[in-house]
Design a protein around this ligand. Structure first.
Ligand code: NAD
Length: 374
C-alpha cells in the first residue's frame, strides 16, 4: 500500500535486497486464527509473485491460548522473540473475556505498543466503491497517537493512570506530552505530503484547553514545517458529523489515542465495513500489522470473518519494511497484496459483511488466485 506508508524509514540503514525477513505470527483470539493465516497465505503469494525471498514465519503464543499454556496472555518469551524479528502480524484479542487476573491487566495489543514504543497507529479507510458502503468514496488515513492521551491504562511508565481511591470513585488520567504529539504529527504530515496534502487535527480543545489544547498547539507548530499541507481542525464531536456527511473531503486525520481509536472504527465502517479497516503500529524501527477491529466473538469459528483488514495490514507491513530496507521487491509485493484484494472484491467476491456470501477461506482463495495470475 504505497500511499499509506507511514514511517518512511531510513533506506540507508539496510539495502540488502533478497534477504529473507523474519516475521512473527500471533494468532490471537476469536476470528484471529481464521484471518491471520489468511494474511500469511496472501503475503506468501505476493512475495512469490514479486520474486522476493519467502518470509521466515515464526508463530508465537498470545491471548487465551497463551494464558492456558503459559499463564500469561503475553508471555515474556513472546516479547523476547519479537524483539529479534523484523516485524509481526497480531490477530485480535478477546481480552474482555479473559479470566481474572488477566482481564484486569493491560491487553496484549496495548502492552505490545507500550513495550516496543509503537507510537504511530496508521489506519487507512478506503472503500471499494461497493453499494453497501455508507460513504464508498472514502479515502483517508487516520494517524492515531498510540502511547498516551486518554487511554489511561497504558500512559504511565509503571502502574496505570486509572485507579480507584475508594470503591465508589474512579479516576482516569489523560497524559499529553510535547514529544509524543510532535513525533506522531510528523508522521501524519509526511503522509499528507505523499497524498493529497490535506491534514485535519481532531481535538476537544474548546473544553479540555490544557490537554487537548496542547495536542492541537503542537500539531499546528509542526504544520509550520509543511507549508504545502492545507491544515484545518475540528472538535471530536463535530468531526463525527463531518465524516458522516462528507468523508470523501478528508485526506489525513491526526488524533490522540482514544479519539483516533473511536473515529477509525467509524471511518472503516463508512468505507464499507469494520472488517476492511487495516492498520500498522510503528516506531522508527519496528512495525506490527494489526486489523483495526476486535476479535468478533459473535461470528468466530464460522468462516464468516472478513480477512481484508488483516490482509491489508500485512501488506502495509511489507511496504513499511520495503521502504525501511530499500527493498523494492517487498514494496512490489505490498502493492500486489492490495491489488489482489481489490480485484477480488471488484469481481464480486466478498464476505457477508460486504454483502457477499464468500467464506473467509473462499475470499482468501480468490485473492491468492488473482495475485498468482497477475
Ligand atoms: P469487534 O470489533 O470485535 O466487533 C464489532 C462488530 O464488528 C461485531 O459485530 C463483529 O462481528 C464485527 N466485525 C469485526 N471484525 C469483523 C470482520 N473481520 N469481519 C466481519 N465482521 C467483523 O468489537 P467488540 O465486539 O467490541 O469486541 C470484541 C472483543 O475484541 C473484546 O474482547 C474487545 O476487548 C476486543 N478488541 C480487541 C481489539 C484488538 O485486538 N486490537 C480491538 C477492539 C476490541
Amino acid at each position: 500500500m504505497g500511499t499509506v506508508d507511514p514511517v518512511g524509514g531510513d533506506p540507508s540503514r539496510d539495502t540488502t535486497a533478497d534477504r529473507a525477513y523474519r516475521l512473527g505470527v500471533l494468532l490471537g483470539d476469536g476470528i484471529g486464527p481464521e484471518i491471520v493465516p489468511a494474511a500469511v497465505r496472501v503475503v506468501d503469494a505476493a512475495l512469490a509473485a514479486s520474486g522476493a525471498a519467502p518470509v521466515d514465519w515464526q508463530e508465537l503464543p498470545v491471548g487465551a491460548a497463551a494464558i492456558d499454556e503459559h499463564g500469561s496472555a503475553l508471555p515474556p518469551a513472546t516479547l523476547e522473540a519479537l524483539a529479534g524479528l523484523d516485524g509481526w502480524l497480531l490477530g485480535p484479542h478477546d481480552s474482555a473475556a479473559y479470566p481474572e487476573p488477566h482481564r484486569s491487566r493491560l491487553n496484549p495489543s496495548g502492552a505490545l505498543r507500550k513495550h516496543f514504543d509503537l507510537y504511530a497507529n496508521v489506519r487507512p479507510a478506503r472503500g471499494f466503491g461497493t453499494g453497501r458502503a455508507i460513504a464508498p468514496d472514502t479515502d483517508l488515513v487516520m494517524v492515531r497517537e498510540n502511547t498516551e492521551g486518554f487511554y489511561a491504562d497504558r500512559n504511565t511508565f509503571a502502574g496505570t493512570g486509572e485507579y480507584m481511591p475508594t470503591p465508589d470513585v474512579a479516576v482516569c488520567m489523560g497524559i499529553f506530552t510535547r514529544p509524543a504529539v510532535e513525533r506522531t504529527a510528523r508522521i501524519a504530515f509526511e503522509l499528507a505530503m505523499r497524498r493529497r496534502q490535506r491534514l485535519t487535527i481532531v481535538h476537544k480543545a474548546n473544553v479540555l484547553q490544557l490537554s487537548s489544547g496542547l495536542f492541537k498547539k503542537v500539531c499546528l507548530e509542526v504544520a509550520r514545517d509543511y507549508p504545502d499541507v492545507a491544515v484545518d481542525d475540528f472538535h471530536i464531536d463535530a468531526m463525527t458529523v463531518h465524516l458522516l456527511r462528507r468523508a470523501a473531503d478528508f485526506d489525513v486525520l491526526v488524533a490522540e489515542n482514544m479519539f483516533g481509536d473511536i473515529l477509525s472504527d467509524m471511518t472503516g465502517e463508512l468505507a464499507g465495513s469494520l472488517g476492511i479497516a487495516p492498520s500498522i503500529n510503528a516506531s522508527d524501527d519496528r512495525c506490527m500489522a494489526q486489523a483495526a477491529h476486535g476479535s468478533a466473538p459473535d461470528i468466530a469459528g464460522r468462516g464468516l470473518a472478513n480477512p481484508i483488514a488483516m490482509i491489508l495490514s500485512s501488506g502495509m507491513l511489507l511496504d513499511w519494511l520495503g521502504t525501511r530496507h530499500g527493498d523494492e521487491r517487498l514494496r512490489d509485493a505490498a502493492a500486489r497484496v492490495e491489488s489482489g484484494v481489490r480485484a477480488a472484491v471488484l469481481a464480486g467476491v466478498s464476505t457477508r459483511d460486504l454483502g457477499g456470501s464468500a467464506s473467509t477461506d473462499g475470499f482468501t482463495d480468490a485473492v491468492v488466485g488473482r495475485i498468482a495470475a497477475a
